[in-house]
Design a protein around this ligand. Structure first.
Ligand SMILES: C[S@@+](CC[C@H](N)C(=O)[O-])C[C@H]1O[C@@H](n2cnc3c(N)ncnc32)[C@H](O)[C@@H]1O
Length: 348
């Protein structure tokens, strides 16, 4: 599949997919470059092979991982107001769509708000046929499976799945034949936290451009809180997060002819209150070496590969970031314990 910047006409019930991923092996390039740095590091986007996506789903079920259930409860609890804020005939563009669980809540609500007018059937059919959902994710298999499943649930929805890396510029095609009143960029899951604040600003500027003037940003952002809660969320006693982190080494062994002895590394995650972020690492337990694509990398005992950050924000800090990217913060939805926030912003 090639990038398709030309106008596209989607069709309800037919899921179309496009890959905007660059040709060539970026995994190999990025891993070799990252392991050659003084602080070895691998970008978190490489967590999400098939096994990584499965493990992330399992993380979302963990009692310690409050993020998913809290964000879901916020969306469910405020859905009427959120649907009103987004409005009808929205083109919904979702970054890092994953299994699209939260999308279902939103699409269901955007659908039900259309039951209000008198001629229900006409309005419903018209409205569903004109709604357009564009999920964007780097994990092609998950993108395909969840988009097909969503299409079965909402057969009148137009779905165009884009396999792309959202750390790079993405130019979406224009969609023709679908009336769109407003573009809405949806970015749940606090995936924005995987960027440093400077990178988040670049991403938000891209989202602003994509939404266009008057478009909406609906974004889930994890809030700053006590270290005990945060440390527990990223180091569960069952070891699911450890498996997720260590799967990166298994992936390198599988895909890049690596020979990491995975058992000789351990998962390490901690909240740094000064930087306001979780850091996740893979720590070498011994003096050892591993080969990747024919190159040797040495590890001292205690040396780490940095695999992820998850930045936490106060509501005010994130609103400030949104403003700098060209959005006007209009709505904020949160839970009673102020664990998580969903921001509604309008592109100014
Ligand atoms: C933390 S999960 C969130 C999933 C889902 N949105 C949720 O709220 O539960 C991150 C998702 O973003 C995708 N992802 C991570 N980095 C990405 C990148 N650079 N470009 C595109 N998708 C990415 C992953 O494949 C995964 O589905």
């Amino acid at each position: 599949m090639n990038p398709q910047p030309s106008p596209q006409s989607p069709a309800p019930g037919v899921v179309r997919f496009y890959s905007f991923l660059p040709q060539g092996d970026r995994l190999s390039e990025d891993v070799l470059a990252g392991l050659a740095l003084p602080q070895k590091s691998i970008p978190p986007k490489y967590f999400y092979d098939e096994q990584g996506c499965r493990l992330f789903e399992a993380i979302c079920e963990l009692p310690e991982y409050y993020l998913t259930r809290t964000e879901t409860a916020i969306l469910r609890g405020n859905i009427a107001e959120i649907a009103q804020f987004v409005g009808p005939e929205a083109q919904l563009i979702e970054f890092g769509s994953g299994v699209q669980a939260k999308t279902r809540i939103l699409i269901q609500a955007l659908q039900t708000q259309l039951y209000v007018p008198i001629d229900i059937a006409r309005i419903l059919i018209q409205a569903l046929q004109t709604q357009l959902y564009v999920p964007i994710d780097i994990a092609m298999d998950t993108l395909r499976a969840s988009s097909n499943e969503l299409s079965r649930r909402f057969p009148f929805l137009n779905i165009v799945g884009i396999c792309a890396d959202h750390t790079r510029p993405i130019v979406l095609p224009e969609f023709v034949g679908v009336p769109i009143r407003r573009k809405t960029v949806f970015f749940p899951g606090s995936t924005i936290g995987n960027f440093t604040p400077a990178e988040a600003l670049v991403f938000l500027r891209q989202a602003r451009k994509m939404a266009g003037a008057g478009g909406v940003l609906l974004i889930g952002v994890d809030l700053k809180k006590d270290k005990v809660t945060l440390d527990a969320a990223y180091s569960d006693p069952k070891g699911v997060t450890a498996q997720f982190n260590l799967n990166l080494l298994h992936r390198i062994n599988r895909e890049l002819a690596g020979d990491f002895q995975v058992k000789r590394f351990r998962h390490k995650a901690f909240y740094d209150p000064i930087l306001g972020r979780i850091e996740m690492h893979l720590e070498s337990q011994y003096s050892q070496f591993a080969h990747v694509a024919g190159r040797r990398f040495d590890f001292a005992p205690g040396e780490t590969i940095h695999t992820e950050i998850s930045c936490k924000y106060s509501i005010a800090e994130f609103q400030e970031l949104g403003k700098r990217a060209g959005f006007t913060p209009e709505k904020i939805w949160t839970d009673p314990e102020q664990l998580f926030s969903v921001h509604g912003m309008v592109a100014s």
